[in-house]
Design a protein around this ligand. Structure first.
Ligand code: RAM
Length: 521
């Protein structure tokens, strides 16, 4: 299925006052100069590669001629701008130097680069450059921002008469996340401490002029991702202004009929993409609800509440005669990247979940009529779900014409609170015990499983799954948490190639949220 759901006759609607508020909240980027920590050798390991440390520290390379190279290790994941000096040795340079640079968040990318790429999303995301340097010595400043830990430099050619030395390599790392704002952890549990540390690094590298989903790809503001970043932010970096800015951006730049788009681009000017996703539009409601709960900023709540209500109204149009969200066979709702995942049940649950948040916000604003309306709708949708989507014999919610059972549907119904706690606990235990149907595919979807377990008091279970799943990435050497992690297949990708998976993806940084919200005592 094509990863697009372009809305028909797309047109962007702009609210200039909201846009001006968002622009005024643009954060300053904190810059840090990073030098390579050493050099590594990229060693094949089956189809993958590992980084074997060679030397610690790096000042300059030996003279490099045709076919020579080195791989620098910057010691951790960074997002920034790289520069280095290229100095010739030997005769006066009688030809340009031609270099190939491969940046990698993981060793595999630095080793494989563009070669053999067969994925579905653009190969232009692969961080590989061919550069000619005509005049030597030269200070090379790469204009592009990279997300990486490893930089493999290969000299494709100089000339037989001269070689080059690479020196003074530096990365100007950028982030709007201020580490000094992060409260210290209390827990002494070393696994939780590591999960928290890597979550923070993931968050930090995704905090730029907006909350980016991933600094390598897509480098933009997706609202489903924002929701989890914002939750983590409230208990870590506490940059509420950045969340507020993102909320105003989404409300300022809507699609036809005031629909909040799935994502925004910031350059060359802020604009909404023409992709619409049912759950993502609704998450504007959640983002605003959570922002108010964290900040108490009533003015913003009042100003943006109509945008939230609009998303609920648009979603309610999608109900069939039974009060169930109409299924579609396009990429109309996200939920997860699970292969063949049917979205109908999950979409219904997300709508119930956000209607309840809409009601809660209306109450905070003293709008009893709206609160009653959204509560009434949530009740009606819950009853319709129990009648048409709940399979009492199976003990699971089913989705779509094929009555598909998936983890995502059960987890979202547990979150939507269609049952009380006791029944939720039984549902979640049945799910984990029987492992039916389509499994969860991404840390984003695992977030919702952990949230459902935590909220229903199944804390031990939640912690053990969190340590197992996110801990699995750590055991595989993650410096930052990944967009997608399948413990049984390290090459898994929703895009047909792991080369374009993001290995620093903010929706995966929620262990810090769970640890700090539920466990850090
Ligand atoms: C991908 C990215 C992004 C996500 C969307 C739905 O492009 O992973 O983070 O929100 O899909």
């Amino acid at each position: 299925m094509a990863i697009t759901n372009k809305i028909e006759n797309f047109r962007m609607e702009v609210n200039p006052a909201f846009l001006a508020k968002a622009e005024a909240l643009a954060p300053a980027l904190i810059e840090t100069e990073i030098r390579p920590a050493g050099t590594v050798e990229l060693v094949p390991q089956g189809e993958d590669f590992a980084a074997r440390p060679l030397e610690r520290g790096f000042v300059r390379s030996r003279p490099l001629g045709r076919g020579d190279g080195l791989c620098l290790d910057f010691g951790d994941h960074w997002v920034g701008y790289v520069s280095f000096t290229l100095t010739p040795v030997g005769s006066p340079p009688d030809a340009p130097a031609l270099l190939r640079l491969r940046f990698g968040e993981i060793p595999y990318e630095a080793a494989a680069g563009l070669s053999d790429y067969q994925g579905e999303v653009s190969r232009s995301w692969i961080q590989e450059e061919l550069i000619h340097v005509d005049v030597l010595p030269a200070q090379v400043r790469l204009p592009r921002r990279y997300a990486f830990r490893y930089l493999a430099i290969t000299v494709l050619d100089t000339s037989p008469k001269y070689q080059v030395v690479v020196e003074d390599v530096s990365c100007r790392a950028v982030s709007s996340g201020d580490r000094s704002a992060v409260p210290p952890l209390k827990t002494g549990d070393p696994e939780l401490v590591r999960l928290d540390r890597v979550s923070l690094k993931t968050m930090e590298d995704c905090m730029q002029l907006v909350f980016e989903d991933g600094p390598k790809r897509d480098r933009r503001l997706w609202i489903g991702d924002l929701r989890l970043q914002a939750l983590t932010n409230y208990v870590t970096f506490r940059n509420n202004g950045l969340v507020k800015r993102c909320l105003y951006l989404f409300a300022a730049l809507t699609q036809n009929e005031g629909r909040v788009g799935a994502c925004l681009f910031m350059e060359p000017r802020p604009q909404v993409d023409d992709t619409a996703l049912f759950d993502f539009s609704l998450f504007f409601v959640s983002c605003l609800h959570d922002y108010y709960e964290a900040s108490g900023d009533r003015e913003t709540l009042a100003e943006l509440f109509p945008t939230a209500c609009r998303q609920l109204e648009l979603a309610l149009r999608e109900l069939d005669g039974r009060g169930v969200v109409t299924d579609r066979d396009t990429w109309w709702c996200f939920l997860d990247w699970g292969d063949g995942l049917n979205k109908q049940a999950g979409a219904q649950a997300v709508l119930i979940y956000t209607l309840k948040q809409g009601a809660a916000m209306a109450e905070r604003l003293g709008d009893g009529e709206r609160a009653a309306l959204w509560n009434e709708r949530a009740g009606a949708l819950s009853r319709a779900a129990l009648e048409h989507l709940w399979d009492g014999e199976l003990g699971f919610f089913v989705s779509g014409a094929g009555r598909q059972v998936s983890w995502a549907s059960q987890v979202w119904f547990a979150l939507a609170g269609v049952f009380g706690r006791e029944e939720n606990v039984r549902l979640l235990e049945r799910l984990i015990g029987q492992k039916p149907g389509i499994p969860l595919a991404t840390p984003y979807a695992y977030h919702h499983l952990i949230a459902a377990l935590m909220e229903n008091g199944l804390t031990e279970r939640a912690v053990s799954i969190m340590k197992d799943y996110w801990g699995g990435m750590l055991r595989e050497g993650a410096d930052t948490f990944w967009e997608l992690y399948d413990p049984s297949d390290r090459f898994a990708s929703p895009y047909g190639s792991r080369a374009v998976n993001s290995f620093c993806h903010a929706w995966s940084s929620t262990p810090a949220y769970f640890i700090r919200k539920y466990l850090d005592r």
